[in-house]
Every structure is written in structure tokens, then in C-alpha cells.
Design a protein around this ligand. Structure first.
Ligand SMILES: [Mg+2]
Length: 118
């Protein structure tokens, strides 16, 4: 979902360095997960809000950029249209989480329809 010129820049960056040879789907999936873990690490011992969140914001920006970069490579290599995939997921999620059942609730869709017994 990054703009095409930025995706092209990422692909050019990788091609210049001949790194695509290391970017198997497995390696990209692992890297994506590791970078998401680095996002999580920033919140490991603290539920950061306000000033505590501001303190880590530069690192958070770096890590979400890493996540977006690996996700972009993975989607590009596997021919996944990320925008289309997200749009399809929204259709599914609207069906799974109708407003009248899901509003204000953190329950999983399987629990929403089970009522209060879940
Ligand atoms: Mg990182």
C-alpha cells in the first residue's frame, strides 16, 4: 500500500545490492515477524502513553518502516496486491464484525454470536 514510486525505490535499493537472492518468502516472513517483534519490544515493560510514548517514537517509526519494507518485499515477490488484499479483508471483517454486535466489544467474532455464555 506504499505508493508505487516508493515500492520502486525499495526494489531498486534491493537490486543494487543483489539482495533478492536472500529474500526467499521464508526469510522475508521471518524478517517481517522479527521486525514486528522489535515494535513489540518497545512496549515490553511499559504500557507507553504520553511522554513515555514520545520517548520511543523515533525508534517506533524506524521499526514500523522495517515492517512495511519487509511486507512490501514479500507482497511484491509473491504477486500479492496488498491494497486489494486489505480491501477484501475489510469485506470479510465487516461480515464477521457487524456494528450491531461488535460496537464497543473486544470479543472475537466467534464469541460475538455466542452471546454472554462465551
Ligand atoms: Mg528493525
Amino acid at each position: 500500500m506504499l505508493p508505487k514510486d516508493l515500492v520502486d525505490e525499495l526494489m531498486h535499493f534491493r537490486a543494487e545490492r543483489d539482495w533478492a537472492q536472500f529474500h526467499t518468502p521464508r526469510n522475508l516472513a521471518i524478517s517481517l515477524s522479527l521486525e514486528a517483534g522489535e515494535v513489540l519490544e518497545l512496549f515490553q515493560w511499559e504500557d507507553r502513553r504520553g511522554a513515555a510514548l514520545d520517548k520511543v517514537m523515533p525508534q517506533l517509526r524506524d521499526e514500523v518502516a522495517d515492517v512495511a519494507t519487509y511486507l512490501t518485499y514479500l507482497c511484491a515477490d509473491l504477486g500479492i496486491d496488498l491494497e486489494a488484499a486489505v480491501r477484501e479483508k475489510m469485506v470479510q471483517n465487516r461480515r464477521k464484525y457487524p456494528v450491531e454486535l461488535a460496537k464497543g466489544s473486544a470479543k472475537k467474532y466467534t464469541e460475538l454470536r455466542a452471546g454472554d455464555e462465551a
